[in-house]
Ligand binder design. Structure first.
Ligand SMILES: Nc1nc2c(c(=O)[nH]1)N(C=O)[C@@H](CNc1ccc(C(=O)N[C@@H](CCC(=O)O)C(=O)O)cc1)CN2
Ligand SMILES: Nc1ncnc2c1ncn2[C@@H]1O[C@H](COP(=O)(O)OP(=O)(O)OP(=O)(O)O)[C@@H](O)[C@H]1O
Length: 191
């Protein structure tokens, strides 16, 4: 990756962090959760990855709890830089230990391969591109999962995290949909 692109991604991350922090804690999560529930309804019972929010991320946990009554729900476990994420079964209130980067991991991992993923992000554009924290973890993971079988990824964010354009690179994996508190964006696959 060129140093120019590295710098542009870094600047985009800093701006996105600030916008996300302003949206966080302003009462938007419930409306977003209602949209997320609706978007996920057709996939009820399929293995689902959620995430346990860190910092100022929007909170998907109430919807993960509801769907855990219908099928396996898991959360991402971060390994080494350069390795894809793995996913451990999660149930509401299960024993957790501290993982990497301030995340939590189930204490006794029961590995799951998700078919549908709720993906955290810093910024997105209206074409389904996303910017994360910069580890390339979700990009590597979605690439590997999609090479095995059809896998759906829904970005979950505050609408304030949308930008007109993002610095992109070839390894960025597109999202199938993005749910915010005010909109559900869907991106048809090119034929
Ligand atoms: N809630 C949640 N869980 C998640 C992610 C996430 O974005 N959100 N991940 C999504 O991939 C994975 C964890 N990856 C992460 C990667 C980097 C940082 C982070 O804070 N990076 C620092 C720099 C760290 C360093 O270089 O030492 C930073 O951005 O300031 C956090 C999570 C899996 N679990
Ligand atoms: N499938 C892949 N194979 C090899 N390198 C990759 C792959 N996906 C991403 N990378 C590399 O990982 C680095 C970080 O990627 P990027 O900046 O897109 O992370 P991100 O999408 O912001 O973070 P994350 O996916 O962890 O939330 C980049 O140098 C990128 O080229």
């Amino acid at each position: 990756m060129t140093s120019d692109l590295t710098q542009r991604k870094k600047d985009a991350r800093a701006a996105a962090f600030a916008r996300r922090a302003r949206a966080h804690g302003t009462g938007l999560d419930r409306a977003a959760q209602n949209r997320l529930r609706d978007w996920l309804a057709p996939y009820r019972g399929k293995s689902l990855s959620g995430f346990l929010p860190i910092r100022t991320e929007i909170d998907p946990v109430p919807i993960m709890s509801e769907l855990a009554r219908h099928g396996p729900v898991c959360v991402p476990i971060t390994g080494k830089i350069g390795e894809p994420l793995r996913f451990a079964r999660w149930t509401p209130g299960c024993d957790m230990i501290e993982g990497k980067f301030g995340t939590l991991s189930p204490a006794t991992p029961d590995w799951v391969v998700p078919e549908v993923l709720i993906v955290p992000l810093l910024a997105f554009d209206s074409e389904g591109n996303r910017l994360g924290y910069g580890g390339g973890f979700y990009d590597r993971t979605l690439e590997a999962l999609r090479a095995q079988r059809p896998t759906l990824a829904v970005g979950y964010a505050y609408d304030a995290q949308r930008v007109d354009s993002l610095p992109l690179e070839a390894t960025d994996q597109p999202l199938d949909a993005i749910v915010t508190e005010t909109r559900t964006y869907t991106f048809p696959k090119p034929a």
